[in-house]
Write a protein that binds this ligand. Structure first.
Ligand SMILES: [Zn+2]
Ligand SMILES: [Zn+2]
Length: 120
């Protein structure tokens, strides 16, 4: 199995129960086909954590709750609700798995697009 992808999936499956998806796109205000975006990409967060703590990815279930607890801000606060179109646009600029160092740039990008759209 693809463990590298799987450990992210295990984290996401558990964490998503607590996601508070907004009711409209932060950029254009659309209320349909909404996606939840993490400014701090889950994949590098998990893999850094595994490397830093010298964990065995096979034991994902034993450290999953701890990881989520230690990353509450990245998982739940540094997030944004976007329509599918704007979500795709963001990832077309910053990549499929944006580097953790781009989080603030992504936030600025979202706010600039929002101003352009004139959503009050
Ligand atoms: Zn939108
Ligand atoms: Zn995203």
């Amino acid at each position: 199995m693809d463990l590298k992808r799987d450990i992210v999936k295990y984290i996401r499956d558990k964490a998503k129960n607590n996601y508070e998806k907004g009711t409209e796109c932060r950029i254009c205000g659309s209320t349909v086909k909404l996606d939840f975006h993490h400014f701090y990409t889950l994949s590098p967060l998990v893999h850094n954590y595994v490397a830093k703590n010298k964990l065995d990815p096979k034991n994902i279930l034993s450290f999953r709750d701890e990881f989520i607890e230690e990353h509450r801000e990245e998982l739940y606060d540094h997030t944004v609700t976007l329509c599918h179109e704007h979500h795709l646009q963001l990832h077309s600029i910053y990549g499929r798995n944006p580097g953790l160092g781009t989080a603030n740039k992504q936030k600025n990008w979202v706010e600039i697009q929002r101003e352009k759209h004139g959503v009050v």
